[in-house]
Design a protein around this ligand. Structure first.
Ligand code: MLT
Length: 279
């Protein structure tokens, strides 16, 4: 499986890489402001994860560990599941193929779940982590039921009802009022996601494991970012992660909701660049 990758204009093949991992249900387009802001000496790689953007879904989507819970109807018995581990292994292949040395991994939300999986499975490929608007704990029963409902509507009607339901949860009121172009960009990414990918990824999200115990094993530097008004993965969850991470710093992104890198790219980029400079 070869992932489609959006690359920064600057940086050479021998420069260390920052690999940007998008959230659900987005694609690499969300990282454009960050790819443009990388300082000299760094190269940016933003893959479209399997099934998203311009990458194929493929037949091999991963095995669920026994005992995993997907919330009953998230996936029907004959529907394959897009697991966090499968997507993390795809990112590992990308780093092995394209990066000269271990990469800084910057993941937002689902991208953060993948970053935890990547650390557990391929720690030698990880130089540092940026964990944006994400969480270490797994889905609650209620969250799994919500995913089952979202999967049912995606199966039935595709991405449009998913976009309508998710948009007000993803973005802060300030973004929705003052930066409608950000809402349009996020809606476009959701509408670009095939229904088969939505259903398979929702099942993978519902079945993801608890990463809380992984946090204390993360011996590389970590930067935790969270939108000031992120209602999906709020500040308290970011603070709880920072308490367990051995080498982490927390920065709140003013005025932003859950998609902080697009809602306040100036503050997000300043924090990212300062972190890269510190490595
Ligand atoms: C994301 O932005 O990736 C999603 O909110 C993750 C999730 O649904 O858990």
């Amino acid at each position: 499986m070869t992932l489609h990758v959006t690359r920064s204009a600057g940086g050479t093949e021998s420069d260390p890489a920052v690999v940007f991992i998008h959230g659900f249900p987005f694609n690499s387009a969300m990282w454009q402001p960050q790819l443009e802001a990388l300082p000299p000496g760094w190269r940016g790689l933003a893959p479209d994860l399997r099934g998203f953007g311009r990458s194929e879904l493929g037949a091999d989507r991963g095995e669920l560990p026994s005992g995993s819970r997907t919330g009953g109807r998230v996936a029907l018995p004959d529907e394959p599941v897009l697991t966090m581990d499968r997507m993390a292994d795809d990112v590992a292949e990308l780093i092995k193929t394209e990066a000269a040395s271990p990469a800084v991994i910057c993941g937002l939300s689902m991208g953060g779940y993948l970053a935890f999986s990547l650390w557990r499975r391929h720690p030698q490929l990880v130089r540092a982590l940026v964990l944006a608007d994400t969480r270490a704990d797994p889905d609650s029963d209620e969250a799994r039921e919500n995913r089952a409902r979202t999967a049912a509507s995606a199966r039935e009607s595709g991405a449009r009802p998913v976009a309508t339901a998710m948009l007000p949860l993803l973005l802060s009121e300030r973004t929705l009022d003052e930066r409608p172009e950000v809402g349009d960009a996020v809606r476009d990414m959701i509408l670009d996601t095939p229904r088969e990918t939505l259903v398979a990824a929702l099942a993978g999200l519902a079945a993801r494991r608890d990463s809380t115990d992984t946090l204390s094993t993360i011996t590389v530097p970590a930067l935790v970012l969270v939108g000031e008004n992120d209602g999906l993965t709020p500040l308290a969850l970011a603070e709880a992660m920072v308490e367990r991470l051995p080498q982490a710093r927390l920065q709140v992104i003013p005025g932003a909701g859950h998609v902080a890198n697009l809602e306040n790219p100036e503050a997000f980029n300043a924090a990212l660049v300062e972190f890269l400079d510190s490595l």
